[in-house]
Design a protein around this ligand. Structure first.
Ligand code: ADP
Length: 369
């Protein structure tokens, strides 16, 4: 069973250990030499070039992704040749464009923040007037980790983005209690499994800490799982789907974003669940029976390593970090540090949330130093 992953980032990298364990042949089409997933990179090339992607895809049984940026015409070329692609291009289209995503979620009746498509400063101004003078503007494509997301208070607050072309998404500034994330996996023949709902903490628009399960969540997990399963089914998502959610001031849920691939808010599953999201993604895209998503400990805390001493990699700090925190699991993405860059993560699991959180933070601090 040969799985081809387009994109050589850390998500492709983290699919490699479960592929080895299961005896799957995993191959990666990386953008550059020395990518995070270089260990499995069988090809280096441009994922926007149909000939490059086709040549890679003809040698595997299923194509999947490390990111959502493969253009639709390239995906169509794969499908036209009868190559299995998961998630399918029609599903991926929804994750590729935040306006398409808002439209589809609205159509299926999923709760989302109030939103509008705006093509000019005047239209943005009108939205601001209706929503108390503050709103969140987003570029429909190409944003990640908070890039392409901006709070505006004046009609000219997104002029640079309008000048770059195309309409923008504007939405109400949600007064959320907290952010949570529901990760599920679905296989082509229909089986779906959900991991526990997690709480996520963002720093400057970037995921910083994840608590699994979301503490003091009451009825929220059941509602979030049902919502994510419904979205996966309505959009015919195959593989892992992450649904980033706001817990609103009234205790309800509102969908912020969808990702159709393993997601940062699911990294804790490598060390804290029976089946990790990376193994599950491989099972799902191969249409194999899905694994148990139960947690293996009452609490897991995942903390991203963001930045750290310029030019260093995590392993340079291992002698001190490992000596101090032998129980914390360390994950390096083989990237050298620069300010704010996601270079790895750490996960602690255990019986008491306060203790697990303290241990994870202590380990992360060695690397962010
Ligand atoms: P990206 O695609 O870059 O991850 P998101 O759309 O997920 O961007 O937004 C990044 C962060 O910005 C969110 O995690 C949340 O903290 C904040 N955010 C996004 N949309 C809203 C909103 N409508 N109201 C309040 N905060 C928001």
């Amino acid at each position: 069973m040969r799985v081809g992953v387009i994109g050589g980032g850390q998500l492709a990298r983290m699919m490699v250990p479960p592929a080895i364990a299961l005896g799957l042949d995993i191959r990666v089409l990386a953008e550059v030499e020395g990518s995070s997933a270089a260990i499995a990179a069988s090809a280096v090339g441009d994922y926007t070039d149909a000939a490059t992607v086709l040549a890679f895809a003809r040698e595997v049984d299923v194509v999947t992704f490390d990111h959502e940026h493969v253009p639709q015409d390239v995906l169509a070329a794969l499908v036209a040749e009868g190559i299995a692609v998961h998630p399918k291009p029609e599903a991926l289209a929804v994750a590729q464009d935040k306006l398409v995503m808002r439209r589809r979620l609205t159509r299926i009746g999923a709760p989302v923040p109030d939103w509008a498509e705006v093509g000019s400063a005047a239209e943005l101004g009108a939205f601001l007037e209706d929503y108390g003078g503050r709103a969140v503007v987003k570029t429909p494509r190409g944003g990640y980790d908070g890039k392409g997301v901006r709070v505006v208070e004046t009609a000219d607050g997104a002029d640079d983005w309008f000048a770059a072309g195309g309409p923008l998404l504007v939405e109400e500034l949600v007064d959320f209690r907290r952010e949570v994330s529901q990760v599920v996996a679905r296989r082509p023949s229909g089986e779906v499994r959900a991991w526990p709902l997690v709480e996520t903490v963002q720093k400057d628009g970037v995921c910083s800490e994840v608590f699994a399960p979301a503490p003091d969540a009451g009825e929220l997990p059941a509602a979030a799982a049902a919502l994510a399963v419904r979205i996966a089914e309505e959009l015919d998502v195959t593989g892992v789907l992450a649904v980033e959610l706001f817990e609103t001031a009234d205790g309800g849920l509102s969908v912020n974003e969808l990702a159709m691939r393993p997601h940062n808010t699911g990294h804790w599953t490598i060390d804290g669940a029976v089946t990790s999201q990376f193994e599950q993604h491989l099972r799902a895209v191969l249409d194999l029976p899905l694994g148990d998503t139960s947690p293996t400990a009452p609490w897991s805390v995942m903390i991203n390593v963001l930045g750290g001493p310029e030019g260093q990699t995590m392993p340079e700090r291992y002698p001190v970090a490992m000596a101090d925190r032998p129980e914390v699991k360390l994950h390096s993405y083989a990237k050298s540090s620069r300010p704010g860059r996601k270079v790895g993560h750490v996960t602690a699991i255990g019986e008491e949330l306060d203790d697990v959180l303290a241990r994870a933070r202590a380990a992360a601090a060695f690397f962010e130093g």
